[in-house]
Design a protein. Structure first.
Length: 301
Protein backbone atom coordinates (compact mmCIF):
# COMPACT_ATOMS: atom_id res chain seq x y z
CA UNK A 1 0.00 0.00 0.00
CA UNK A 2 3.00 2.27 0.60
CA UNK A 3 2.87 6.02 0.96
CA UNK A 4 -0.60 6.39 -0.56
CA UNK A 5 -2.31 4.79 2.41
CA UNK A 6 -0.66 7.35 4.72
CA UNK A 7 -1.78 10.17 2.44
CA UNK A 8 -5.32 8.80 2.63
CA UNK A 9 -4.99 8.52 6.40
CA UNK A 10 -4.06 12.20 6.63
CA UNK A 11 -7.51 12.94 5.11
CA UNK A 12 -6.36 15.68 2.77
CA UNK A 13 -9.94 16.63 1.89
CA UNK A 14 -10.44 17.94 5.43
CA UNK A 15 -7.31 20.11 5.51
CA UNK A 16 -9.02 23.26 4.17
CA UNK A 17 -10.65 23.41 7.62
CA UNK A 18 -7.20 24.08 9.10
CA UNK A 19 -6.23 26.68 6.50
CA UNK A 20 -9.48 28.70 6.49
CA UNK A 21 -9.33 30.11 10.05
CA UNK A 22 -5.67 31.03 9.64
CA UNK A 23 -6.51 32.91 6.43
CA UNK A 24 -9.35 34.73 8.20
CA UNK A 25 -7.20 35.66 11.19
CA UNK A 26 -4.35 36.77 8.94
CA UNK A 27 -6.58 38.93 6.75
CA UNK A 28 -8.14 40.70 9.75
CA UNK A 29 -4.76 41.43 11.35
CA UNK A 30 -2.66 42.07 8.24
CA UNK A 31 -2.65 45.86 8.26
CA UNK A 32 -1.73 46.00 11.95
CA UNK A 33 0.88 43.24 11.83
CA UNK A 34 4.60 43.88 12.09
CA UNK A 35 7.41 43.26 9.65
CA UNK A 36 7.53 39.54 10.47
CA UNK A 37 3.89 39.03 9.53
CA UNK A 38 4.61 36.68 6.61
CA UNK A 39 6.75 34.36 8.71
CA UNK A 40 4.28 34.35 11.61
CA UNK A 41 1.28 33.74 9.31
CA UNK A 42 3.01 30.86 7.51
CA UNK A 43 4.06 29.27 10.80
CA UNK A 44 0.50 29.56 12.15
CA UNK A 45 -0.68 27.82 9.01
CA UNK A 46 1.77 24.96 9.56
CA UNK A 47 0.71 24.66 13.19
CA UNK A 48 -2.94 24.32 12.16
CA UNK A 49 -2.23 21.86 9.34
CA UNK A 50 0.07 19.64 11.35
CA UNK A 51 -2.27 19.57 14.34
CA UNK A 52 -5.17 18.54 12.13
CA UNK A 53 -3.17 15.76 10.51
CA UNK A 54 -2.04 14.65 13.97
CA UNK A 55 -5.68 14.65 15.10
CA UNK A 56 -6.70 12.63 12.03
CA UNK A 57 -4.06 9.99 12.75
CA UNK A 58 -4.92 9.95 16.47
CA UNK A 59 -8.62 9.52 15.68
CA UNK A 60 -7.79 6.72 13.25
CA UNK A 61 -5.78 4.99 15.96
CA UNK A 62 -8.37 5.35 18.72
CA UNK A 63 -11.42 4.49 16.64
CA UNK A 64 -9.49 1.66 15.01
CA UNK A 65 -8.59 -0.13 18.23
CA UNK A 66 -12.16 0.36 19.51
CA UNK A 67 -13.60 -1.22 16.37
CA UNK A 68 -15.62 1.87 15.45
CA UNK A 69 -13.96 1.94 12.01
CA UNK A 70 -14.63 -1.74 11.26
CA UNK A 71 -15.23 -2.29 7.55
CA UNK A 72 -13.31 0.85 6.53
CA UNK A 73 -10.37 -0.90 4.84
CA UNK A 74 -8.75 0.27 1.62
CA UNK A 75 -9.82 -2.93 -0.14
CA UNK A 76 -13.46 -2.31 0.82
CA UNK A 77 -13.48 1.45 0.25
CA UNK A 78 -15.98 1.32 -2.61
CA UNK A 79 -18.36 -0.72 -0.45
CA UNK A 80 -17.81 1.37 2.66
CA UNK A 81 -19.92 4.39 3.52
CA UNK A 82 -16.86 6.53 4.20
CA UNK A 83 -13.18 6.90 3.34
CA UNK A 84 -10.79 4.14 4.33
CA UNK A 85 -8.91 4.17 7.62
CA UNK A 86 -5.37 3.06 8.41
CA UNK A 87 -5.93 0.69 11.33
CA UNK A 88 -8.98 -0.83 9.64
CA UNK A 89 -6.77 -1.44 6.59
CA UNK A 90 -4.30 -3.49 8.62
CA UNK A 91 -1.68 -0.87 9.47
CA UNK A 92 -0.09 -1.51 12.86
CA UNK A 93 -1.90 0.78 15.34
CA UNK A 94 1.40 1.68 17.01
CA UNK A 95 2.72 3.04 13.70
CA UNK A 96 -0.39 5.19 13.34
CA UNK A 97 0.10 6.50 16.87
CA UNK A 98 3.76 7.29 16.12
CA UNK A 99 2.72 9.18 12.97
CA UNK A 100 0.30 11.23 15.06
CA UNK A 101 3.10 11.97 17.55
CA UNK A 102 5.53 13.04 14.82
CA UNK A 103 2.98 15.47 13.35
CA UNK A 104 2.16 16.82 16.80
CA UNK A 105 5.87 17.32 17.52
CA UNK A 106 6.34 19.17 14.23
CA UNK A 107 3.35 21.39 15.11
CA UNK A 108 4.93 22.13 18.48
CA UNK A 109 8.20 23.16 16.85
CA UNK A 110 6.35 25.55 14.53
CA UNK A 111 4.43 26.87 17.52
CA UNK A 112 7.65 27.51 19.41
CA UNK A 113 8.93 29.44 16.39
CA UNK A 114 5.80 31.61 16.52
CA UNK A 115 6.43 32.22 20.22
CA UNK A 116 10.06 33.14 19.54
CA UNK A 117 8.99 35.67 16.89
CA UNK A 118 6.13 37.21 18.86
CA UNK A 119 7.27 36.86 22.46
CA UNK A 120 3.86 35.57 23.57
CA UNK A 121 5.09 32.75 25.80
CA UNK A 122 1.61 32.04 27.13
CA UNK A 123 0.86 30.54 23.70
CA UNK A 124 2.44 27.40 25.20
CA UNK A 125 -0.75 26.97 27.25
CA UNK A 126 -2.84 27.30 24.09
CA UNK A 127 -0.67 24.67 22.44
CA UNK A 128 -1.10 22.26 25.34
CA UNK A 129 -4.87 22.75 25.19
CA UNK A 130 -4.85 22.04 21.45
CA UNK A 131 -2.82 18.85 21.91
CA UNK A 132 -5.14 17.68 24.68
CA UNK A 133 -8.18 18.39 22.50
CA UNK A 134 -6.65 16.42 19.60
CA UNK A 135 -6.05 13.34 21.72
CA UNK A 136 -9.11 13.37 23.95
CA UNK A 137 -11.59 13.70 21.09
CA UNK A 138 -11.78 9.92 20.69
CA UNK A 139 -8.73 8.87 22.71
CA UNK A 140 -8.40 7.92 26.36
CA UNK A 141 -10.89 6.28 28.69
CA UNK A 142 -13.52 9.02 28.44
CA UNK A 143 -13.31 10.61 24.96
CA UNK A 144 -15.44 13.72 24.74
CA UNK A 145 -16.28 12.93 21.10
CA UNK A 146 -18.32 9.98 22.36
CA UNK A 147 -20.37 12.15 24.75
CA UNK A 148 -22.00 14.91 22.65
CA UNK A 149 -19.05 17.32 23.06
CA UNK A 150 -17.22 16.83 19.77
CA UNK A 151 -19.15 19.55 17.96
CA UNK A 152 -18.52 22.09 20.71
CA UNK A 153 -14.78 21.47 20.83
CA UNK A 154 -14.51 21.54 17.03
CA UNK A 155 -16.21 24.94 16.98
CA UNK A 156 -13.86 26.25 19.67
CA UNK A 157 -10.55 24.93 18.32
CA UNK A 158 -11.12 24.85 14.54
CA UNK A 159 -12.91 28.19 14.70
CA UNK A 160 -12.28 30.58 17.55
CA UNK A 161 -8.85 29.39 18.73
CA UNK A 162 -7.32 29.06 15.26
CA UNK A 163 -8.70 32.37 13.97
CA UNK A 164 -8.23 34.50 17.07
CA UNK A 165 -4.89 32.87 17.88
CA UNK A 166 -3.56 33.79 14.44
CA UNK A 167 -4.97 37.29 14.73
CA UNK A 168 -3.40 37.87 18.14
CA UNK A 169 -0.04 36.44 17.04
CA UNK A 170 0.04 38.98 14.21
CA UNK A 171 -1.43 42.09 15.80
CA UNK A 172 -1.56 41.54 19.56
CA UNK A 173 -5.32 42.07 19.65
CA UNK A 174 -8.63 40.31 18.98
CA UNK A 175 -11.52 42.31 17.50
CA UNK A 176 -15.25 41.53 17.24
CA UNK A 177 -14.67 40.76 13.56
CA UNK A 178 -12.11 38.19 14.67
CA UNK A 179 -14.70 36.49 16.87
CA UNK A 180 -17.24 36.53 14.05
CA UNK A 181 -14.70 35.21 11.56
CA UNK A 182 -13.74 32.47 13.98
CA UNK A 183 -17.40 31.64 14.44
CA UNK A 184 -17.91 31.37 10.67
CA UNK A 185 -14.92 29.03 10.30
CA UNK A 186 -15.99 27.03 13.35
CA UNK A 187 -19.52 26.54 12.03
CA UNK A 188 -18.24 25.12 8.75
CA UNK A 189 -15.95 22.77 10.71
CA UNK A 190 -18.93 21.65 12.79
CA UNK A 191 -20.90 21.08 9.58
CA UNK A 192 -18.13 18.83 8.26
CA UNK A 193 -18.18 16.86 11.51
CA UNK A 194 -21.97 16.60 11.31
CA UNK A 195 -21.78 15.28 7.74
CA UNK A 196 -19.25 12.69 8.91
CA UNK A 197 -21.54 11.74 11.80
CA UNK A 198 -24.66 11.63 9.61
CA UNK A 199 -22.86 9.13 7.40
CA UNK A 200 -21.87 7.04 10.42
CA UNK A 201 -25.04 7.54 12.44
CA UNK A 202 -25.89 3.84 12.56
CA UNK A 203 -22.41 2.51 13.35
CA UNK A 204 -21.83 5.27 15.93
CA UNK A 205 -25.02 4.27 17.69
CA UNK A 206 -23.97 0.62 17.66
CA UNK A 207 -20.58 1.46 19.19
CA UNK A 208 -21.87 3.82 21.89
CA UNK A 209 -20.57 6.97 20.20
CA UNK A 210 -23.03 9.71 21.10
CA UNK A 211 -23.01 12.72 18.78
CA UNK A 212 -25.46 15.48 18.03
CA UNK A 213 -26.50 13.53 14.93
CA UNK A 214 -27.31 10.36 16.86
CA UNK A 215 -29.39 12.53 19.20
CA UNK A 216 -31.17 14.50 16.47
CA UNK A 217 -31.71 11.68 14.03
CA UNK A 218 -31.14 11.70 10.29
CA UNK A 219 -33.84 14.21 9.26
CA UNK A 220 -33.29 16.83 11.97
CA UNK A 221 -29.51 16.37 11.77
CA UNK A 222 -29.60 17.07 8.03
CA UNK A 223 -31.63 20.26 8.54
CA UNK A 224 -29.29 21.39 11.34
CA UNK A 225 -26.17 20.80 9.24
CA UNK A 226 -27.48 22.79 6.29
CA UNK A 227 -28.64 25.56 8.65
CA UNK A 228 -25.22 26.11 10.21
CA UNK A 229 -23.62 26.21 6.77
CA UNK A 230 -26.05 28.98 5.83
CA UNK A 231 -25.32 30.85 9.07
CA UNK A 232 -21.58 30.72 8.37
CA UNK A 233 -22.20 32.22 4.92
CA UNK A 234 -24.37 34.97 6.39
CA UNK A 235 -21.63 35.89 8.85
CA UNK A 236 -19.15 36.17 5.97
CA UNK A 237 -21.59 38.24 3.92
CA UNK A 238 -22.15 40.58 6.87
CA UNK A 239 -18.40 41.23 7.00
CA UNK A 240 -18.31 41.78 3.25
CA UNK A 241 -21.19 44.24 3.21
CA UNK A 242 -19.69 46.24 6.08
CA UNK A 243 -16.34 46.67 4.35
CA UNK A 244 -15.50 49.44 1.90
CA UNK A 245 -15.50 46.95 -0.98
CA UNK A 246 -19.31 47.17 -0.88
CA UNK A 247 -19.25 50.80 -1.98
CA UNK A 248 -16.26 50.77 -4.32
CA UNK A 249 -16.13 47.39 -6.08
CA UNK A 250 -19.50 46.33 -7.47
CA UNK A 251 -18.30 43.63 -9.90
CA UNK A 252 -15.92 41.88 -7.44
CA UNK A 253 -18.70 41.99 -4.87
CA UNK A 254 -21.15 40.21 -7.17
CA UNK A 255 -18.51 37.64 -8.16
CA UNK A 256 -17.61 36.86 -4.53
CA UNK A 257 -21.26 36.48 -3.53
CA UNK A 258 -21.93 34.24 -6.55
CA UNK A 259 -19.04 31.92 -5.68
CA UNK A 260 -20.11 31.71 -2.05
CA UNK A 261 -23.72 30.95 -2.99
CA UNK A 262 -22.64 28.29 -5.49
CA UNK A 263 -20.47 26.59 -2.86
CA UNK A 264 -23.30 26.71 -0.33
CA UNK A 265 -25.86 25.31 -2.76
CA UNK A 266 -23.58 22.47 -3.88
CA UNK A 267 -22.73 21.44 -0.31
CA UNK A 268 -26.33 21.73 0.92
CA UNK A 269 -27.67 19.74 -2.05
CA UNK A 270 -25.18 16.93 -1.43
CA UNK A 271 -26.13 16.80 2.26
CA UNK A 272 -29.85 16.79 1.48
CA UNK A 273 -29.35 13.98 -1.06
CA UNK A 274 -27.31 12.01 1.50
CA UNK A 275 -24.37 11.78 -0.90
CA UNK A 276 -21.89 12.18 1.93
CA UNK A 277 -18.82 11.27 -0.12
CA UNK A 278 -19.42 14.44 -2.12
CA UNK A 279 -20.71 16.49 0.78
CA UNK A 280 -17.56 16.14 2.90
CA UNK A 281 -15.10 17.68 0.42
CA UNK A 282 -17.69 20.25 -0.68
CA UNK A 283 -18.16 21.43 2.90
CA UNK A 284 -14.40 21.51 3.42
CA UNK A 285 -13.98 23.63 0.30
CA UNK A 286 -16.85 25.81 1.48
CA UNK A 287 -14.64 26.84 4.40
CA UNK A 288 -12.20 28.30 1.87
CA UNK A 289 -14.95 30.31 0.17
CA UNK A 290 -15.93 31.75 3.55
CA UNK A 291 -12.27 32.57 4.22
CA UNK A 292 -11.97 34.12 0.75
CA UNK A 293 -14.67 36.64 1.69
CA UNK A 294 -12.51 37.93 4.55
CA UNK A 295 -9.28 37.85 2.53
CA UNK A 296 -10.68 39.63 -0.52
CA UNK A 297 -12.48 42.18 1.64
CA UNK A 298 -9.07 43.13 3.02
CA UNK A 299 -7.29 43.09 -0.34
CA UNK A 300 -9.88 45.15 -2.19
CA UNK A 301 -10.69 47.58 0.61
Amino acid sequence: MGIMIWIRGARLKTLPLAIAPVLIGTSLAWHDAGERRVAVAVLCGFVALLLQIAANFANDYSDGIRGTDAGRAIADEQLSRGPARLVASGVNPKKVLVAAGICALAACLCGLAVIALTGYWWFILVGIACLAACWCYVGGKHPYGYHYLGEIFVFIFFGLVATCGTMFALSGTITPDGLLGGSAAGLVAVAVLCVNNLRDIESDGNHGKHTWMTAMGLRNGTIFTIAILIISALIALRHLLQSSIYAANGIPLIAIIAILCAAQIAASYAIARKTYRRALPLCSLDSLTVAAIFVLSTMLA
